[in-house]
Design a protein around this ligand. Structure first.
Ligand code: GLA
Length: 413
């Protein structure tokens, strides 16, 4: 049974401060980029005014380093008074007034990873109530400075405490990331009953090496991870770094496509005030987002690993549609990759209408048996959206039906 709090039926989308803005708390030297209410007010404005919200990017998530260095006299977590003078409730109100939702960060341990007050077991209930009272809509519960035993107790306990508040709060657990991400230490059946999403692996950094190491880990372990995901419970390979400094244009398109195939949460961590038109176009690709948010919520898999360093990924979608990603790990030049849908395990007799997700155009109708060639740039992708097309009934259909032998199969409906 999954965590049926009714939330995150599709992967959560939004913005998160950590990868881009880290624990920059020096508002005197760096007022524009420090972790302060100003940063979140400004990002909320951008989400609401620049077309993000309409596309589904609705969460604005505060990560580490938001709080004061001590709990208050009542033992409550409190925001840093200099950097969040209006308080978190006011920030939540601001965000809600713009049709957005607010996320916050806590850590099941003595300290957060950044050294701020943690949520020890005895504070779990109180902190859940504080967050609910502030109007928080998502909680990321990190695991620094906590033991395996504390995690075993604390993660389920926070799930119960959040439920008990009566406020719908999406629950993101970093638990598996602190236990190596794999069975037997990690039990994904239990996780899906407790958390709406979970970090399985290392933190993303602003580099292609980091993206590749995450991609490698997730697809090497897809037999374990892929079945764990579904509506209400998602694997989280960490934030999108598109729009930052570490990725080329091709690599940015690859991160977006691969995260979409993984049914990953789309949590951008970039400066939406200064984002380039090309990064914005990648992140605002409608068909991409439709695929990421497919209601079936089936995580995709890597289905081909060629000696030529081309890899193919497939995600099944609703209405018998699917997404294919052709990914090149090559470093020489655009590569002409030839294959057929039949090679990629599509049913022999099927015909598909193919749409290129980045180019936007319909490529044409393709029979499973037909060979085709895609040209994939170094560290780039070609991504396709495929919809089955019914074959029109043709006169020879009658003749074929009567002919014994090869057996006639109608095209997929
Ligand atoms: C851990 C998490 C990161 C981030 C930092 C904050 O490393 O995995 O996503 O929240 O802590 O300190």
């Amino acid at each position: 049974m999954a965590l049926e709090n009714g939330l995150a039926r599709t992967p959560p989308m939004g913005w998160m401060s950590w990868e881009r803005f880290r624990c920059d708390v020096d508002c005197e030297a760096d007022p524009r980029n420090c972790i302060s209410e100003q940063l979140f007010f400004e990002m909320a404005d951008r989400l609401a005014e620049d077309g993000w919200r309409e596309l589904g990017y609705e969460y604005i998530n505060i990560d580490d380093c938001w709080s004061a260095k001590q709990r208050d006299a009542a033992g409550q977590l409190a925001p840093d008074p200099k950097r969040f003078p209006s308080g978190i409730k006011a920030l939540a109100d601001y965000v809600h007034a713009r049709g957005l939702k607010l996320g916050i960060y806590a850590d099941l341990g003595v300290f957060t990873c950044g050294g701020y007050p943690g949520t020890m077991l005895e504070h779990v209930k109180q902190d859940a109530q504080t967050f609910a009272a502030w109007g928080v809509d998502m909680l990321k519960l990190d695991g620094c400075y906590s033991s395996t035993e504390e995690q075993e107790k604390g993660y389920p306990e926070m799930a119960r405490a959040l439920n008990a508040t009566g406020r719908p709060i999406v629950y993101s657990c970093s638990w598996p990331a602190y236990q190596g991400g794999l069975p037997p230490k990690v039990n994904y059946t239990i996780l899906a009953e407790i958390c709406n999403l979970w970090r399985n692996y290392d933190d993303i950094q602003d580099s292609w090496t980091s993206v590749l190491s995450i991609v490698d880990w997730f697809f090497t372990n897809q037999d374990v991870l892929q079945p764990a995901a579904g509506p209400g419970h998602w694997n989280d390979p960490d934030m999108l770094i598109v729009g930052n400094f570490g990725l080329s244009y091709e690599q940015s398109r690859s991160q977006m496509a691969l995260w979409t195939v993984m049914a990953a949460p789309l949590l951008m961590s970039t400066d939406l005030r200064t984002i380039s038109p090309s990064a914005k176009e990648i992140l605002q690709n409608r068909l991409m987002i439709q695929i990421n948010q497919d209601p079936l919520g089936i995580q995709g898999r890597r289905i081909v690993k060629e000696k030529s360093h081309i890899e193919v990924f497939l995600r099944p979608l609703s209405q018998a549609a699917s997404a294919l990603v052709f990914f090149s790990r090559r470093t020489d030049m655009p590569f002409r990759y030839t294959t057929s849908l039949a090679n990629l395990h599509f049913p022999e007799d099927a015909v598909y209408e193919v749409q290129d997700v980045y180019v936007g155009k319909i490529v044409g109708a393709l029979k499973a048996a037909d060979n085709f060639t895609v040209v994939i740039n170094p560290s780039g992708v070609v991504m396709w959206y495929l919809r089955p097309v019914a074959l029109p009934l043709q006169p020879w259909h009658v003749v074929r039906q009567q002919a014994p032998g090869k057996g006639f199969h109608p095209a997929l409906l």
